[in-house]
Design a protein around this ligand. Structure first.
Ligand SMILES: [Zn+2]
Length: 87
């Protein structure tokens, strides 16, 4: 369920399929081959894309999931239930 007007904090983060070989932003030794899925993070103004290879994307996503779990735990179950609402 989506709520109108709710901020999407991950909207600048996407999985894209490389249309040509791309370099991993974390290390120029990492390669993203044509046709491979990779993490694309759009940052700055104007937006610039940073590409991350599969291995780096895994680490970034794992860390983000841990961060989200911490946020979820910090917010707590009571407030979470309230946001679902029965009023
Ligand atoms: Zn990489």
């Amino acid at each position: 369920m989506t709520m109108a007007g709710t901020s999407r904090v991950l909207r600048h983060v996407k999985i894209e399929t490389a249309i040509a070989r791309r370099k991993c932003h974390h290390s120029s030794k990492h390669r993203i081959e044509k046709g491979e899925n990779h993490l694309a993070i759009y940052e700055g103004e104007p937006k610039k894309r940073k590409n991350y290879c599969y291995a780096c994307a895994r680490k970034i996503i794992d860390l983000a999931m841990a961060d989200l779990q911490q946020l979820d735990a910090a917010l707590g179950p009571v407030l979470h239930n309230k946001s679902i609402g029965r009023n």
